[in-house]
Ligand binder design. Structure first.
Ligand code: COA
Length: 155
């Protein structure tokens, strides 16, 4: 198993991996490779993108990436996407990817904190808890459907 930095030439394979992982349990989201590609390609292309991929027999079987964001006394890192091929999960790959990425950005980008979004009721939450992440007591994530906003305006 090799872990290395992500680069733009990984985009197709990372999109396929993303679609496979999030179409499976526990997410069961109906991703196609094309939809995954349109989400992921601009993120990987960004000059602030940092990430890691895990390679097994010339195939990408795991990835983690996100963006460096400026902050006051250093930078933040938003971990945007992370997944491991379903048949390789719980074998320590997630830990290897996260360790590699954190070491890389901590040194190179003066990152003082890392944050991410995930669902409360998925195994990923316990994975991140194991690695020192905790739900913020202060911040909340807020969202609205565009339809509900437009409907309220026209009412
Ligand atoms: C979350 C994820 C990236 C972790 O990678 P991984 O290679 O499975 O993680 P590791 O093998 O390093 O660590 C395993 C630990 O993570 C947690 N975990 C991961 N998958 C789990 C599952 N299906 N059920 C229960 N716990 C799970 C457990 O704490 C587990 O420890 P244990 O096996 O000793 O119980 C991977 O499971 C995954 O891709 N999940 C689907 C996509 C996803 O949820 N991505 C994150 C969205 S924000």
């Amino acid at each position: 198993m090799e872990i290395r930095n992500i680069d733009e030439t990984d985009t197709e394979q990372v999109a396929d991996l993303f679609a496979a992982c999030f179409s499976a349990e526990p997410w069961n989201e109906p991703w196609t490779s094309a939809a995954a590609h349109s989400r992921i390609a601009p993120m990987i292309r960004s000059e602030t993108c940092r990430g890691a991929v895990a390679i097994h027999e010339h195939k990408i079987v795991g990835m983690a990436f996100g963006q460096v964001e400026g902050w006051i006394n250093g930078n933040l890192f938003l971990l945007q996407e992370m997944c491991v091929m379903p048949n390789s999960q719980r074998t320590g790959l997630g830990k290897m990817l996260l360790d590699f990425l954190i070491e890389e950005v901590a040194d190179r980008d003066n990152i003082i904190a890392i944050y991410l979004l995930t669902n409360r009721d998925v195994p990923a939450a316990s994975f991140y808890s194991k690695h020192h992440f905790a739900a913020s007591p202060k911040k909340i994530v807020m969202g609205a459907s565009v339809r509900s906003i437009l409907n309220a305006k026209s009412a």
